[in-house]
Design a protein. Structure first.
Length: 450
C-alpha cells in the first residue's frame, strides 16, 4: 500500500506570541515542522505535501531543507483543517493509496503509530488517545463499538459529549479518492465557521463507508500552542533522548544536564560528561569522550578522541581518531588529522591540520581579513609554538616548527623553523635603577598635588 502524507502547517499559532510562525519554533535544535516530517519518513511516502500559509516563505524554506522533494501548497486563507486538506488535493493528483494527515505542530508521533494507521483497513481512520483530564479545545471521538460515528469539536459538543474520554489527536488516515470526495463536500456551518477535517468520519458513514479509530499514548499527540507548551515538549524530548542514549550503551555521567538535538548520533561506549550541549548535526563515534561543559554543533568526533572540558566545536569541525581538544578551544570548519593535539586556549578556524601535529596553547588561525575568510594548512607532525598567530592564507609544511609568540605571515617549508617576533633585549642590572627613577617621578607628582 502506497502512502502519501499531508502536513498542515499554515496556522499562525497566535498563542505563541511571536513573529516566527509556530512550526518554525525550535525543539531539540530543529523546527517543529522537521519533527513531524521526520516521523513520516518510515512510511517511505510517495508524496510529502506541506500546507503553508502564515510565514509561507520561511516555512517553505524549512520544509525543503528537510526534504527537497516535498510538495508545497499555499493555503492563502486559513479557513480550517478541512479547507487546508482541500487545498492540498491537487498535489495528490494521480496518487492512489492512503493519505495520512499530520499537523506540523505535533512533534512526537512515532513511526509505529503511523504504521498502525497506514495498515488500518477502514476507509477513514482517526488517531485518538484516552485521557480523563477533560481537555478543552480538543474534539471527542463518538464511538459505537469499533465504529467511529463522528467527531464532535469541543466548541460544538454537549456536556455529555465533552465528558467523552477518547480524544481526537487530529491525525487522520484515508484512502486518497475517498478523501477527495469527502473533503469536497465539507460545510462550515459550525461554531467556529471553519471547514472541519473532523467532519469526514460522519460524512464517510453517510455514504456507507467505514470509519474507525486507533489509539496511541497521549504523550505522542502533544501539540504545541504556547511557549510553556514548547518548553514542556523540550523536556519530554530530552528525557526520551537521554533514556535512548543510555539504552544504546552511551555513558552519561549526569544525564539530566546533557541536551540533545533531533539528529544527535552517539556510538556505543562513548562517554559524555556533565553539562554538554549537542546542537544540530553532531556525530560521536564509539569510544570517544566528551568532557564537561562542551558545546558542539555540526561536527564529527571520531573513535578515541577526547574533547573538553570547556571546548566549543562549531559546524565543519572534523576530528579524526585520537584527537585531543582541550579546555577553552574553539574549532570551526577545520579538519584535524589523527592524533592532533590542541590542548589549551586556541582558535582553529578554516584549517587543515595534518596527523600528529601539536598545536601550542594560545594558537590562533587569523582566518578573516575583514572582508574574506582564508585557510590555514598545517602538515603532519608539525609543532606550532604557544601563542602563534597564523595569518591566513598560510601553509606550514610537514615537520615544521614555529617559535612561541610568532606572527606567521609567510608559508613555512617542511622541517623549517619559523620565528616571527621581536628579538629579546636583556640589560643586566638595570631593573633597580628603573624602579628608583619611577619612585622619583611618583614622589614629584604627589608633591605637586599637595
Ligand atoms: C484540531 C481538531 C481537534 C483535535 C485537535 C488536536 C479540527 C477541526 N479539530 O483542533 O478535533 O482535537 O486538532 O490538536 O481539525 N491548520 C492549517 N490551516 C487551517 C487551520 C489549521 O494548516 O486553516 C493547521 C494548523 O497550523 C495546525 C493544525 O492545522 O498545525 C491544527 O489546527 P488547529 O487550529 O490548531 O486545530 P485545533 O483547533 O487544535
Amino acid at each position: 500500500m502506497q502512502v502519501s502524507v499531508i502536513i498542515l502547517a499554515a496556522g499562525q499559532g497566535s498563542r505563541m506570541n511571536s513573529d516566527l510562525p509556530k512550526v518554525l519554533h525550535p525543539l531539540a535544535g530543529a523546527p517543529l515542522l522537521h519533527h513531524a516530517m521526520r516521523a513520516s519518513i518510515s512510511l517511505a511516502p510517495d508524496r510529502t505535501i506541506v500546507v503553508v500559509g502564515h510565514g509561507a516563505g520561511a516555512v517553505t524554506k524549512a520544509a525543503l531543507s528537510e526534504n527537497p522533494e516535498a510538495l508545497i501548497v499555499t493555503q492563502a486563507e486559513q479557513l480550517g483543517t478541512g479547507h487546508a486538506v482541500r487545498e492540498a488535493l491537487p498535489a495528490l493528483d494521480g496518487f492512489t493509496g492512503k493519505v495520512i494527515v499530520l499537523y506540523g505542530d505535533t512533534p512526537f508521533i512515532t513511526p509505529e503509530t503511523l504504521e498502525k494507521l497506514a495498515a488500518s483497513p477502514a476507509d477513514v481512520t482517526v488517531l485518538g488517545f484516552h485521557t480523563d483530564s477533560r481537555p478543552k479545545r480538543y474534539g471527542r471521538l463518538v464511538m459505537e463499538g469499533e465504529t467511529l460515528l463522528r467527531i464532535v469539536e469541543y466548541k460544538d459538543a454537549t456536556e455529555a459529549e465533552r465528558a467523552i474520554t477518547l480524544i481526537n489527536s487530529g491525525v487522520v488516515a484515508c484512502d486518497a479518492a475517498v478523501l477527495a470526495t469527502l473533503v469536497a463536500g465539507l460545510k462550515n456551518n459550525n461554531a467556529a465557521g471553519e471547514y472541519y477535517l473532523t467532519d469526514i468520519p460522519a460524512a464517510a458513514r453517510a455514504r456507507g463507508l467505514t470509519a474507525t479509530a486507533v489509539t496511541c499514548e497521549e504523550a505522542e499527540t502533544l501539540g504545541i500552542d504556547t511557549r510553556t507548551g514548547l518548553a514542556e515538549a523540550e523536556a519530554v524530548f530530552q528525557a526520551r533522548a537521554r533514556r535512548e542514549a543510555l539504552e544504546n550503551g552511551v555513558t552519561l555521567t549526569a544525564p539530566d544536564t546533557v541536551f540533545f538535538a533531533l539528529d544527535t548520533w552517539i556510538g556505543r561506549d562513548a562517554t559524555i560528561g556533565p553539562n554538554v550541549v549537542f546542537g544540530p548535526g553532531v556525530t560521536v563515534e564509539s569510544g570517544a569522550e566528551v568532557k564537561a561543559f562542551c558545546h558542539l554543533e555540526g561536527c564529527h568526533i571520531s573513535r578515541g578522541a577526547v574533547v573538553g572540558p570547556f571546548a566549543r566545536l562549531r559546524p565543519g569541525a572534523e576530528l579524526a581518531e585520537d584527537v585531543h581538544v582541550g579546555n577553552f578551544v574553539e574549532i570551526k570548519n577545520a579538519i584535524l588529522g589523527e592524533g592532533v593535539k590542541v590542548g589549551h586556549l586556541s582558535y582553529l578556524g578554516d584549517a587543515d591540520i595534518g596527523d600528529f601535529t601539536n598545536i601550542g596553547a594560545g594558537t590562533v588561525t587569523c582566518n578573516y581579513d575583514g572582508v574574506m575568510k582564508h585557510r590555514t594548512v598545517i602538515g603532519k607532525r608539525a609543532f606550532i609554538g604557544s601563542d602563534t598567530m597564523l595569518v591566513a592564507p598560510v601553509t606550514i609544511g610537514d615537520g615544521a616548527l614555529t617559535g612561541s609568540g610568532s606572527v606567521i605571515t609567510d608559508d613555512v617549508p617542511p622541517e623549517a623553523i619559523a620565528i616571527g617576533r621581536a628579538r629579546q633585549v636583556t640589560k643586566p642590572g638595570l631593573a633597580p635603577k628603573l624602579f628608583e627613577k619611577l619612585k622619583a617621578i611618583k614622589a614629584a607628582k604627589l608633591k605637586g598635588q599637595s
